[in-house]
Design a protein around this ligand. Structure first.
Ligand code: UDP
Length: 237
């Protein structure tokens, strides 16, 4: 039995991409297998997906675009990713509901509603949140913290390419050591780039743990952590 009943998984857009595809079908299937494995343990799962595989406002602004317009494009990119994940969920008989941080008409997806999100999670549906916070100048990490608070999630799982937070970049520095746990204050003070300061600060204020882990290398890792294995790095009070 896991100590967690409801989790929020933050996936970056880049996690969905491969060298050939902006949204890689093989990766999507892996993500859905992971979702299924969590649901099979009677643990509720919501997802916040990023959009960095398609657009990021900061990069668009650097190329000359208005930053706010760029951020709108970045948020719309997350909607595309959410629709792709939901599609593969439905194909695999996993009931998925997409909720956007801003309203989108035409039956594309629902708008954020914390009550309906919790009702859907209660029924074993996976809720995929997109459009981050719904406002420019934020990131989907902050969106993840916000949605996790709204749905009363027990923890935020932040999937990254490395298996936790290290004393320095483990790819560049073989002496780098992985932290088992860190406090929010330490994460902010050390300027840990894995999540932005506003996401850490929101989680600190609401006493919401974050687990930083590597998800796609071994698709059992999330389940192993849920079962109590000490993998990844926990950021807590
Ligand atoms: N974005 C935004 N407000 C939000 C969340 C995201 O304006 O609340 C925009 C921003 O331009 C960002 C882009 O959407 O660069 C994609 O999100 P993010 O960079 O967080 O995606 P990830 O790195 O997780 O793929």
């Amino acid at each position: 039995m896991s100590k967690y009943k409801r989790i929020l998984l933050k996936l970056s857009g880049e996690a969905l991409a491969s060298t050939e595809h902006t949204i890689d079908p093989v990766t999507l299937n892996k993500v859905v297998d992971i979702i299924k494995s969590v649901l099979s343990q009677n643990i509720e799962i919501a997802i916040v997906v990023g959009g960095g595989n398609i657009f990021r406002g900061a990069a668009l602004a650097q190329a000359g675009m208005n930053r706010i317009t760029g951020d709108h494009m970045g948020m719309l990119a997350t909607v595309i990713n959410a629709l792709a994940i939901a599609d593969v969920c439905q194909k695999n008989k996993v009931d998925a509901l997409v909720m956007s941080g801003f309203s989108i008409g035409g039956g594309v997806c629902d708008s954020i509603n914390h009550v309906r999100a919790k009702q859907a999670l209660n029924k074993g549906r996976v809720v995929i949140f997109c459009a981050g916070t719904g406002s420019p100048c934020f990131t989907t990490d902050t969106g993840a913290a916000l949605r996790a608070i709204e749905i009363d999630a027990d923890i935020v799982f932040k999937a990254t390419k490395v298996d936790g937070i290290y004393t320095s970049d483990p790819i560049k520095n073989s002496d780098a050591k992985r932290y088992d746990s860190l406090s929010f204050d330490e994460a902010i003070e050390k300027n840990i780039q894995i999540m932005d300061v506003s996401a850490f600060a929101l989680c600190r204020e609401h006493n919401l743990e974050i687990c930083v882990f590597s998800m796609l290398e071994n698709t059992n890792t999330l389940l192993d952590i849920l079962k109590g294995e000490p993998l990844g790095t926990i950021v807590r009070k």
